[in-house]
Design a protein. Structure first.
Length: 322
């Protein structure tokens, strides 16, 4: 880790690996963020400040019993990070370590930014974006960050890897050229033999992740489920942004829609569009809580920087546990 982490006294060896349990525990909470983009200094400082405040507040309650002088048990907290920390794996590691210092468990799934290869030397470190995806999972495994389904004190947290396809939009016109305006088409490189359809198929990349995720989405879970993906599982979630009339072509995949509907979670968290919302569809509560880029906050939602924080998406109250 670089100097930003050393200043905080954090290193991967200093953090305990969480031990999740299936026993429901009153006070258990699941929070969510996405699109932290902490390779931008303003975002790093904002998240660092939020985490520092949380760590201090948590320590004060645990040590002082909220002023009573008696140690108290604080409810267990998990954090979902729904993709797009950075294309730089060093920044991904730094950010995950920082988040782990404040939460009992952290779960992450790569977004499109994590799969982007170096601008100057796209194949100098990784042969392709799938190899880089595997490297992100290995990094998470080393840190104790969850990328597989796990039970956290009574609630299942299920990450779903995915990619997008223009066929997500039922009105897509194949004659519509849209790739040039999006960076992924210059920085993300999938192997040509990714699927039987071949890499030129618009659904090929999403199909690859769909097949990887089928088993975890079709299994039965013995408890409430909070799932998450970086991309959108429903067309109804696509925001209307006038300057991006091709947005619906690079945000979701029909296979992801099928997976989430099959899973039937209580809550599904997503990211990617940087337009925060809470909605209900097909019996599922959909939540986006993206930090996004500093320039977006400056132009579109100036008040957000002062109010942004991880969003509570699930809470087990005292009356909910058996």
């Amino acid at each position: 880790p670089d100097s930003r982490l050393r200043e905080m006294g954090l290193a991967s060896s200093s953090l305990p690996t969480p031990t999740p349990t299936g026993t429901p525990l009153p006070g258990t909470s699941v929070f969510a963020v996405s699109d932290l983009h902490t390779d931008e200094e303003a975002n790093w400082k904002l998240i660092q400040s939020l985490i520092n405040e949380k760590v201090k507040a948590k320590a004060k309650v645990e040590e002082g019993g909220g002023g009573s002088g008696v140690e108290v048990e604080v409810g267990k907290e998990a954090l979902i990070v729904a993709g797009d920390i950075s294309s730089d794996l060093r920044v991904v590691e730094e950010t995950l370590l920082l988040l782990q210092s404040a939460y009992d468990a952290v779960s992450f799934i790569p977004g499109n930014n994590e799969l982007r290869l170096s601008r100057r030397h796209p194949h100098s470190t990784f042969r392709d974006s799938i190899e880089k995806y595997d490297a992100v999972l290995s990094l998470c495994s080393r840190l104790g960050v969850h990328t597989e389904p796990f039970q956290f004190f009574g609630v299942w947290i299920v990450p779903i890897a995915s990619w997008y396809s223009p066929t997500f939009d039922p009105f897509w016109d194949e004659s519509h050229s849209y790739q040039k305006q999006w960076l992924d088409f210059r920085r993300v490189h999938f192997p040509p033999d990714l699927t039987a359809k071949g890499a030129k198929s618009p659904e090929a990349y999403g199909d690859y992740f769909h097949h990887l995720m089928e088993e975890r989405c079709h299994r039965k879970y013995d408890g409430p489920v909070v799932s998450f993906s970086h991309f959108l599982p429903e067309v109804s979630l696509v925001p209307m942004i006038k300057k991006h009339n091709s947005l619906s072509l690079i945000v979701g995949h029909p296979g992801l829609t099928k997976l989430v509907r099959s899973l039937k979670p209580s809550v599904h968290v997503y990211g990617h569009t940087h337009v925060n919302s809470v909605s209900n569809d097909h019996g599922v509560t959909y939540v986006q809580n993206a930090l996004g880029h500093p320039r977006e906050r400056a132009v579109f939602w100036r008040a957000m920087e002062a109010t942004y924080s991880p969003k509570l998406v699930y809470h087990l109250g005292a009356g909910d546990a058996p």
